[in-house]
Ligand binder design. Structure first.
Ligand code: PEP
Ligand code: MN
Length: 347
């Protein structure tokens, strides 16, 4: 386990953390870079370490992305590995989000409407998302739209509506921020801050998210190469936030029959080159609701750590992205199939 300290952590704070780790039975090694990191062997430190003053994040050593200033001493990326040989220990990849672990044995399924809908609709959707077995509700309160005259999202009221629905059903909440000024408000409501495809190259936003104390779901840009996508992740990590989830959401190709071309090559590539959890969004990846189940299955078979799905109790009435939004019945089926596929590949 590695404890990453905040950029301005004092020597007193560092000593305090070392003392806690040592008392917990760990052997602590200090790694000095742009930021101090404490590598501890022995028993995994408890969540109380994360709450100590000066601590930026806890991460499993094996899960370390190339965090600036720490990468020189971090473990090299593991070679490609078939799911069947993946360790049963969920701590081997990823990190904790609320009560859930992303990157472990259990799929991290995020589902909900494209945009935050009215409170009754959000309540009905959240109930179905939880009943289907997903761990997080998604809903955009700030929407990046192609036309400035299209609905731009419900803003803070929408965040409050979505949070209330998520809380009633024990779900985490994932939502997009479009610019850095929205982060403080959004972080009061959201468990995971999403960077949309249109913003993957916005390095100012990425740096600010590096200072946020929330995990970030980083969508791949429309025409971003793997290198560019990982570079964007590095901006967030280098600014102090290693809790990053990559999301493959389809890229633009010559093919116009579907909204995007879902590049599932990205899943084994990310897994081979990094320890960053990767989820797949077959909703934006296809743009066609009938194609979503097949591509969700394929994503899990390719090794995705989770899925991001647009779902609605009345898909045709969805405020945005109706054409790619699935029914709640389809969601139940997708989650069941995903769990069975994951199980078949790991047994
Ligand atoms: C979304 O998740 O609703 C969204 C706008 O996604 P993307 O950035 O992938 O287009
Ligand atoms: Mn959408």
């Amino acid at each position: 386990m590695i404890v990453i300290m905040q950029p301005g952590a004092t020597e007193g704070q560092i000593a305090d953390v070392v003392q806690h780790l040592t008392e917990a039975g760990g052997r602590v090694q200090r790694l000095d870079g742009e930021r101090v990191a404490l590598s501890t062997s022995g028993p995994a430190p408890g969540p109380e370490i994360e709450a100590l003053p000066g601590v930026a994040a806890l991460l499993n050593q094996a899960a370390t992305p190339q965090v600036a200033g720490v990468s020189a001493t971090a473990a090299p990326p593991a070679p490609p590995r078939a799911p069947s040989t993946a360790p049963a220990d969920p701590d081997a990849r990823g990190f904790r989000v609320g009560d859930h672990w992303i990157g472990g044995d259990r799929l991290f399924i995020i589902a909900g409407p494209c945009s935050v809908e009215d409170p009754d609709t959000m309540e009905a959707i959240a109930a179905e998302v939880a009943a289907a077995g997903a761990v997080a509700l998604r809903a955009g309160a700030y929407k990046p739209r192609t036309s400035p005259y299209s609905f731009q999202g419900a803003g803070e009221d929408g965040l409050a509506t979505a949070r209330a629905a998520a809380d009633r059903h024990g779900l985490l909440l994932v939502g997009e921020v479009l610019d850095a000024t929205q982060i403080p408000v959004a972080a009061r409501y959201l468990d995971v801050l999403q960077v949309g495809a249109r913003n993957m190259y916005n390095t100012t936003l990425l740096r600010e998210l590096g200072r946020a104390r929330r995990p970030v779901l980083l969508k791949r840009g429309f025409s971003a190469t793997l290198e560019e996508w990982l570079g964007a992740a590095e901006y967030i990590a280098a600014a102090g936030n290693p809790r990053i989830i990559l999301c493959e959401r389809g890229i633009r190709t010559f093919e116009t029959a579907t909204r995007n071309t879902l590049d599932l090559n990205a899943v084994p590539l990310v897994r081979a080159r990094t320890r960053i959890p990767v989820v797949v969004d077959p909703s934006h990846g296809t743009g066609v609701r009938e194609m979503v189940p097949a591509m969700a299955n394929a994503a899990v078979a390719a090794g995705a750590d989770g899925l991001l799905l647009e779902v609605h109790t009345h898909p045709d009435r969805a405020t945005s992205d109706a054409r790619q939004t699935i029914t709640t019945a389809a969601l139940h089926r997708i989650v069941d199939d995903a769990i069975r596929i994951r199980h078949a590949l790991s047994s």
